[in-house]
Design a protein around this ligand. Structure first.
Ligand SMILES: [Zn+2]
Length: 362
């Protein structure tokens, strides 16, 4: 089978390193939505048309790396692409039919020729990669294609990357490997350079709002808030929706202003998973950051602007009078620095205490 040439320059064109919080979110919030074929994956037309034309022209690369922000449909696209390859009735439409036994098994992660290798503990384990690669070297059980998907390829360590490298260098016929990561920088260059890059983009705010309203029944005001807070990621927006962030965020803001924000809750979490704690910090700091951002917009526009906290227009207009541009900016910088430090594993207690001083400075 002919293959498309691999992008030798992929490593040098890497987008910026996304932070660890984004990676953590990736684990949890890629949308778990039932999607029919490719057509309901929103906002990723160029990635999908690239994959579909490779399929219809029978010019498949033996390895792809899907890169882009969390929660924009990379994992769903990988599933649909794998489904397309094994589907028993996809030849004319370039869409998985969703009805044949192969499609049904693939959707239930039960197709023997589609292997998902997930993270165990901190990393993707070498044994899991070895086992999957052995599986790829055999003939397909039910399909001519065999597909290996690593949904969090940023957690391949050196050993598991090297185990994968052997298969990438000498792929067996009809094998397609799909690695998913926030950016190419999160993968060893030797791996990245052997994969065809497929870039997924953030959803624009309007598309995300529309999607939240039409598909998930989110009210208009709430959808506007969630879309603004989730950086174009449907997965993150849905996580916030499920966690009722819109209903809770005003109490975070109130507590911050009353100097009662219980930051210690985030610090003293010896029994809790760090991941959960970091997500909570990210959520609260995101809320505070959106508040100060709105104050800045209100000052800059000298009137009501396009606020993220769309339900608090009058309060924002009032509150922005008490602070100067410089003061608001310092608070925004303090919040951004804290998020950044926590993503780099800097001591959370020191970082949050520093931020608290800046936020509550009179
Ligand atoms: Zn099918």
């Amino acid at each position: 089978m002919p293959f498309t040439p691999l992008d030798k320059n992929a490593a040098s064109k890497r987008p910026i390193l996304s932070n660890r919080l984004a990676s953590l979110s990736e684990q949890k919030c890629e949308e778990q939505v039932f999607v029919t074929g490719f057509k309901e994956i929103i906002g990723q037309e160029s990635a999908i048309s690239f994959l579909r034309s490779a399929y219809s022209a029978r010019r498949l690369a033996h390895a792809y790396v899907f890169v882009g922000p969390d929660g924009v449909g990379k994992r769903t696209t990988a599933l649909k692409f794998a489904q397309l390859l094994v589907c028993e009735d996809s030849k004319k439409t370039d869409e998985p039919c969703e009805k044949c036994p192969a499609c049904i098994k693939a959707r239930g992660s039960a197709h023997p020729d589609i292997v998902w290798v997930n993270t165990e503990g901190q990393f993707v384990k070498i044994d899991s990669i070895r086992q999957a690669c052995r599986r790829l070297s055999l003939k397909g059980f039910e399909s001519s294609y065999k597909v290996l998907i690593v949904p969090q390829a940023q957690y391949l360590n050196d050993e598991s990357s090297n185990a994968l490298l052997k298969t990438l260098e000498e792929p067996s016929a009809d094998t397609v490997i799909i690695l998913i990561a926030p950016s190419l920088r999160d993968i060893l260059p030797t791996i990245a350079s052997r994969c065809q890059r497929v870039v997924f983009s953030s959803l624009d705010r309007e598309s995300l709002m529309k999607l939240l309203q039409e598909k998930f029944g989110v009210a208009k005001q709430e959808s506007s808030y969630l879309a603004a807070m989730s950086d174009g990621s449907l997965g993150r927006a849905l996580r916030y929706f499920k966690g009722q962030l819109f209903a809770r965020k005003n109490s975070f803001i109130k507590e911050a202003f009353d100097q009662r924000l219980r930051l210690d809750d985030f610090i003293d979490v010896s029994k809790q998973e760090r991941t959960q704690r970091d997500e909570k910090i990210e959520e609260v700091l995101g809320v505070l950051s959106s508040w100060f951002r709105d104050l800045l917009v209100a000052k800059a526009c000298a009137g009501a602007g396009v606020f993220i906290n769309i339900d608090r227009e009058a309060d924002i207009m009032r509150a922005c009078r008490d602070l100067s541009f410089g003061e608001i900016e310092l608070k925004l910088v303090a919040i951004a620095d804290t998020l950044n430090e926590i993503s780099r594993n800097v001591n959370a207690r020191i970082s949050l205490t520093k931020m608290r001083v800046e936020l509550w400075k009179q």
